[in-house]
Ligand binder design. Structure first.
Ligand SMILES: NC(=O)c1ccc[n+]([C@@H]2O[C@H](COP(=O)([O-])OP(=O)(O)OC[C@H]3O[C@@H](n4cnc5c(N)ncnc54)[C@H](OP(=O)(O)O)[C@@H]3O)[C@@H](O)[C@H]2O)c1
Length: 286
């Protein structure tokens, strides 16, 4: 309820998200941004290293209250004083394995209780195993799908009742350029990200007019552990730059964006048209 006098940390929505204004890619519409005074709050999964950790720092500098979730809780705990010193209104660590779907809803509830409310939930946790077909990699294929697809969807599913009860909020899914084209050796990863893309697309249509914004960010190559062993990382960018771009996109409540927008918006359009062998030679771990 925009403009409501009770608007605050524990009760009402402080962000109005009516219909959209600007068309993003893939028919994804951006939600409106309404300024607010209370510190905003954000839960991010996969926050122990990489994009998640860099995003946490970006949002700390913007004064958010932060809940960080991952399996390596000692890494999260080491980040807390740094985040508070950088400006975070609050920062807590929550141990969570998103492959354990029963553990997700309690973790999201814990974040909401500790922070007072949840404005943004970022389902970022991910793995990217190389899974050449027919080579006995079913355990890695299963883990990729359980973490990158089921784990991300389960995180969002756990967040939605809380956001609904507040009257609004935002969920963010991290997909990939690999979801736009099946890449050799990465069938499970490409399938997971393509599946998450479609889930988010459905969700965005379903949430229209509810006050819940649905954002999908699809990076190309951002320099993190997930891709450091790869032979080729075209147009790779530093993680700090990637996180700064993504944080701005999240705050603008975009619908769907490639990260960075240039060159990936053009490249993905080409990628979809050209034969895979031309554009995606077999990747090998170095
Ligand atoms: N970097 C890129 O170029 C790129 C490109 C496209 C998409 N993405 C996506 O961006 C997201 C972040 O990737 P990144 O590059 O930051 O990779 P990263 O540096 O390897 O970090 C992955 C994060 O996910 C967490 N994680 C993995 N499995 C988990 C599980 N079962 N439960 C909870 N957390 C788990 C890890 O924490 P713990 O190990 O401590 O649990 C870690 O914090 C992923 O979804 C990835 O697919 C990245």
């Amino acid at each position: 309820m925009p403009g409501n006098a009770n608007r605050g940390r524990s009760c009402c929505p402080d962000v109005e998200v009516p219909r959209s204004r600007a068309a993003g890619v893939d028919g994804a519409y951006d939600a409106a941004v309404t300024p607010q005074s209370a510190p905003r709050t954000l839960l991010i999964t996969g926050a122990s290293v990489g994009i998640g950790a860099a995003l946490a720092l970006e949002f700390a500098r913007r004064g958010y209250g932060l809940a960080l979730a991952a399996r390596r809780v000692e890494k999260l705990e080491a980040m807390l004083p740094v985040l508070r010193a950088a400006g975070a209104a609050n920062a807590i660590a929550i141990p969570l394995d998103v492959a354990d779907t029963d553990a997700i809803a309690p973790a999201v509830q814990r974040a909401a209780l500790a922070l007072g409310r949840l404005d943004v939930v970022v389902a970022n946790a991910g793995v990217a195993h190389v899974t050449p077909a027919g080579k006995g990699r079913l355990p890695q294929i299963r883990e990729t799908i359980e973490v990158d697809l089921i784990g991300a969807i389960a995180t969002i599913e756990a967040a939605l009742p809380i956001l609904r009860a507040q009257g609004g909020g935002q969920v963010v899914g991290i997909t990939s350029v690999a979801g736009a084209k099946g890449l050799p050796g990465f069938g499970a990863y490409s399938a997971s990200k393509a599946g998450l893309h479609r889930y988010l697309q459905s969700l965005r249509a379903e949430m229209r007019g509810t006050g819940i914004a649905v954002t999908e960010l699809a990076p190309g190559y951002i320099d993190t552990d997930i891709n450091r062993g790869l032979g080729a990382r075209p147009f790779v960018i530093p993680v700090e730059r990637g996180a700064a771009i993504m944080a701005r996109m999240i705050e603008r409540r975009v619908g769907m964006r490639w990260v960075p927008v240039w060159p990936w918006t053009v490249l993905v359009a080409l990628l979809k048209l050209l034969p895979t062998a031309w554009v995606a030679p077999r990747q090998k771990r170095a």
